[in-house]
Design a binder for this molecule. Structure first.
Ligand code: PSU
Ligand code: MN
Length: 305
């Protein structure tokens, strides 16, 4: 029995005509940023994908149906409704069966993108291996999903609250390519560098598109990560945010926050500790990453013609 999918006319037409489409997650709208910044940013992210030359498809679940593409009204409603649950890959079958609504993470968006026939996805900060994972065993399902979904993921690295060294090790172990676009370093979400060099660097859109195609032609059924750093003038200094992150992690331990809730908790605590500076940079990097996603999806689509 197929899973119910509903496309907007624009996305359906683009896919049918093999024009470039970039899938976008909805959890960042409901859990990543507060209203109304979340709605405004989601609209700007969609515009950025268009500026890059592709059609945006924000993905969510409504009434037990996976929606591929959201109108501005849909986004506004999603952004302003409190309590929409975070739905990762393992939650998806249940939410669909219940006929409920849900905001999809990177992981579940990749599941939906593959079903929909979308090969590019963009978000600013992927999930990864959490700091202290050797005790908590908290590794984001995003990483496991990368090993299962043949989708090119354009991002600004993983969220800075994570252990980025272990995150890179995990991706290497699982044979997930990590290529940095026009940069030597693996970025850290709202900081231009994580302090780790990227395993590979490519500067040319056509070569990246070819490398992604080769990954799948070689028989891999996994994701291909392409990182692009936040713009220098929109970035925050690692020093400025490191103390805030340490404080947020200590507060989470004190408050006993773990599991599914910790990512949002830490992000909000860092935003508060930086007086909103990290939230500003978060919005900027979502937008700039989406434009690169649009451009690379367009390069890939040119090869299909
Ligand atoms: N980016 C943000 N805030 C977030 C997320 C991303 O600025 O809350 C979400 C993404 O949806 C990502 C998820 O897939 O966090 C990972 O959560 P976890 O670490 O629980 O797997
Ligand atoms: Mn987790």
């Amino acid at each position: 029995m197929p899973v119910p999918l509903r496309f907007t006319g624009e996305v359906a037409d683009a896919l049918h005509e093999r024009r470039p489409v970039v899938a976008l997650e909805s959890n960042v709208i409901t859990h990543g940023l507060p209203y109304p910044d979340n709605a405004a940013t989601a609209r700007k992210v969609e515009q950025a994908v268009r500026a890059g030359g592709a059609v945006p498809a924000t993905i969510a679940v409504e009434d037990g149906v996976i929606v591929v593409g959201m109108t501005d009204d849909d986004i506004e409603r999603f952004a302003s409704t409190p309590g929409i649950p975070k739905v990762s890959s393992r939650d998806l079958p249940v939410v669909l069966a219940q006929g409920r609504r849900g905001a999809l993470t990177v992981a579940s968006s990749l599941v939906a993108a593959e079903l929909a026939g979308i090969t590019f996805f963009s978000s600013a900060g992927i999930g990864g291996v959490h700091r202290g994972a050797e005790r908590s065993m908290d590794i984001s399902s995003d990483l496991i999903q990368f090993t299962r979904s043949p989708v090119a993921v354009v991002c600004a690295g993983a969220k800075k609250i994570l252990d980025l060294g272990l995150t890179l090790e995990y991706l290497e172990t699982q044979c997930v390519p990590v290529v940095s676009y026009r940069s030597d370093d693996f970025p850290a979400f709202y900081c231009t560098s994580s302090g780790y060099r990227s395993p590979m660097r490519l500067d040319d859109d056509e070569t990246i598109a070819r490398a992604v195609e080769n990954h799948w032609a070689l028989g891999n059924r996994s994701s291909f990560l392409i990182t692009t750093p936040v713009r220098e003038d929109e970035a925050i200094d690692a020093d400025e945010v490191d103390a805030a992150i340490a404080g947020a992690i200590a507060a989470a331990e004190r408050d006993g926050v773990r599991g599914q809730a910790i990512t949002k908790y830490l992000m909000r605590a860092v935003d508060a500790a930086t007086g909103g500076r990290s939230a500003q940079a978060n919005m900027a990097v979502l937008i700039s990453t989406a434009e690169v996603g649009g451009r690379l999806a367009a390069a890939h689509a040119r090869h299909l013609r």
